[in-house]
Design a protein around this ligand. Structure first.
Ligand SMILES: Nc1nc2c(ncn2[C@@H]2O[C@H](COP(=O)(O)OP(=O)(O)OP(=O)(O)O)[C@@H](O)[C@H]2O)c(=O)[nH]1
Ligand SMILES: [Mg+2]
Ligand SMILES: [Zn+2]
Length: 382
C-alpha cells in the first residue's frame, strides 16, 4: 500500500491516541513482520552472493532500514483500509462484532436483531485479529475495515507469547471472583487491574457467591481492602440470591463492559441475574477442587437495557500480562502516581533506590504493603 506523507502523519497521530496496549499489539506484529522480512532477505543474499561481484554485493547488502514504528503505522492503515473499489462491494455499513467463534464472527449491523455471520477468511488484513466489541466497516457481506479501538483488554498467550484479544471499546471491565468454590485468588486481580488500566478501561471487582460466606471464611475478604485504595470499586453480592445486582447495574449504567475471571466464578450467572431473558449457559463447579468447568466457550455481547452492553467471556485458567518496565507498571498503580514525583530520582523504579517516596509511603502505612508487594511481584521480584 502506497501512503502519502500526509497520510503517514495523520496515521502517526491516530497511532499516538490509541490505548497503550493497542500500540504494543501493533508494534509486536510490526516486529514480527520485520524479522520475517529480514530473515527472507538474508536467505536471498546468501543464495545470491555466490554469483555477485564485489560491487553488486555491497549494493545488495544495502537493504532498506526498517523502522518498526513505520511498519506499525502501515499495519494500522492496512487494518483501517477502505476497499480499493467501493462500487464493486456496495455501500459501507458500520457494524459491531458481537460474537467470535472458531469459524466465524457475528456482526451486529444497526439494530440488535439485524446481524450477519462472516468467515475470518473474508477479512483479509484482519484475519483472526478481531474481538468482541470491535467496530467494523462492512460492505457486501465482508468486513472491509476496522475503526480505531478506544480501549482494549488483552492478555498474553502463555505458550506463544502473542497477545490474545479479549474485548475492545469497553468502558469498564468487571473482574468477577468468588470466595468459595472456586476459592479467592487475589494475585489474578493484581494482573487484571494492570491489564485493564493499560488498555484504557475502568476496573471494577464483583465478589460473587456472598451466600456462601460465613464466619469461617469471611476473613478472606480482608485482603480486598487494598484494592479499594487502588481506586477499584468493589461490590459483594450473589448472582444466585440476587444480592447487590441492583448496585452492579447502577455501576454499569450507560456503559459497555466485559466480565472476566476464572471459570466457575459466576460470570454467566451474573449476566442472567442482570437480564433473565438472556439465558446464558451456566455450568457447574467440580466437587474436589472447586474449579469451574469452562462452560462459556466464546465471548458474546448482550444488550441488557439502561444502555448497558455486557460482554460475557470464557473463564481463564491463568492470566498473563505483557512484560513492561517499572515506569510503565508504576503508572498503573494510581496510589503511586502523585507520590512518584517526590522520589529523589526521576526514573526511580521504587526498588532499591535511596529516598524513594513510594517506599517511604509503604513504611508510613499510606500505601498498603500488599499493593507494593504486588508491584514487585509483577516485576518478577519476589
Ligand atoms: N452459591 C452460589 N453459586 C453460584 C452463584 N453464582 C453462580 N453460581 C454457580 O456457580 C457455577 C458456575 O457458574 P457460571 O455462571 O457458569 O460461571 P462462569 O464464571 O460463567 O464459568 P465459565 O463460563 O466456565 O467461565 C454454577 O453452578 C452456578 O450455579 C452464587 O451467587 N452463589
Ligand atoms: Mg460462563
Ligand atoms: Zn521511588
Amino acid at each position: 500500500m502506497k501512503l502519502t506523507s500526509e497520510q503517514i502523519n495523520q496515521l502517526r497521530e491516530t497511532f499516538k491516541a490509541l490505548p497503550k496496549i493497542e500500540q504494543k499489539r501493533l508494534l509486536a506484529e510490526a516486529r514480527r513482520r520485520k524479522d520475517l522480512f529480514q530473515s527472507r532477505l538474508s536467505a536471498k543474499t546468501n543464495r545470491a552472493e555466490r554469483f555477485l561481484d564485489e560491487e553488486d554485493r555491497s549494493s545488495f547488502q544495502r537493504a532498506p532500514k526498517l523502522d518498526v514504528e513505520r511498519i506499525a503505522v502501515e499495519l494500522l492503515a492496512e487494518e483501517q483500509r477502505e476497499p480499493d473499489s467501493l462500487s464493486d462491494l456496495g455501500p459501507i455499513i458500520l457494524g459491531q462484532v458481537v460474537w467470535v467463534g472458531p469459524r466465524s464472527y457475528q456482526i451486529r449491523v444497526g439494530t440488535s436483531d439485524n446481524s450477519m455471520e462472516i468467515h475470518p477468511a473474508l477479512v483479509p488484513a484482519l484475519g483472526g485479529r478481531l474481538c468482541v466489541g470491535d467496530h467494523v466497516r462492512t460492505s457486501g457481506g465482508n468486513i472491509v475495515g476496522l475503526e480505531a479501538r478506544t480501549t482494549l483488554l488483552s492478555r498474553r498467550d502463555g505458550q506463544t507469547g502473542e497477545p490474545l484479544l479479549i474485548a475492545a471499546n469497553i468502558d469498564a471491565a468487571v473482574v468477577v471472583v468468588s470466595v468459595v468454590a472456586p476459592p479467592l485468588h487475589p494475585r489474578i486481580i493484581d494482573r487484571y487491574l494492570v491489564a485493564i488500566r493499560s488498555g484504557g478501561a475502568e476496573p471494577m471487582l464483583f465478589v460473587n457467591k456472598a451466600d456462601l460466606l460465613d464466619e469461617s471464611n469471611r476473613w478472606e475478604l480482608d485482603c480486598l481492602a487494598a484494592y479499594r485504595s487502588a481506586g477499584m470499586p468493589i461490590v459483594v453480592g450473589s448472582a444466585e440470591r440476587g444480592d447487590s445486582i441492583r448496585e452492579l447495574r447502577a455501576h454499569l449504567r450507560g456503559k459497555t463492559c466485559v466480565f472476566v475471571g476464572h471459570s466457575g466464578v459466576g460470570k454467566s450467572s451474573l449476566v442472567n441475574a442482570l437480564a433473565p431473558s438472556i439465558h446464558a449457559k451456566v455450568g457447574s463447579v467440580s466437587e474436589g477442587y472447586g474449579r469451574g468447568t469452562h462452560t462459556t466457550t466464546a465471548s458474546s455481547l448482550y444488550e441488557i437495557g439502561d444502555e448497558i452492553c455486557v460482554i460475557d467471556t470464557p473463564g481463564v485458567r491463568s492470566f498473563q500480562l505483557d512484560s513492561m518496565d517499572p515506569l510503565e507498571l508504576a503508572s498503573y498503580f494510581p496510589e503511586f502516581v502523585g507520590l512518584a514525583d517526590h522520589c529523589r530520582y526521576r526514573d526511580c523504579a521504587h526498588i532499591h533506590e535511596p529516598r524513594c517516596a513510594i517506599k517511604a509511603a509503604v513504611e508510613a502505612g499510606d500505601i498498603p504493603e500488599e499493593r507494593y508487594d504486588a508491584y514487585l511481584r509483577l516485576l518478577g521480584i519476589e
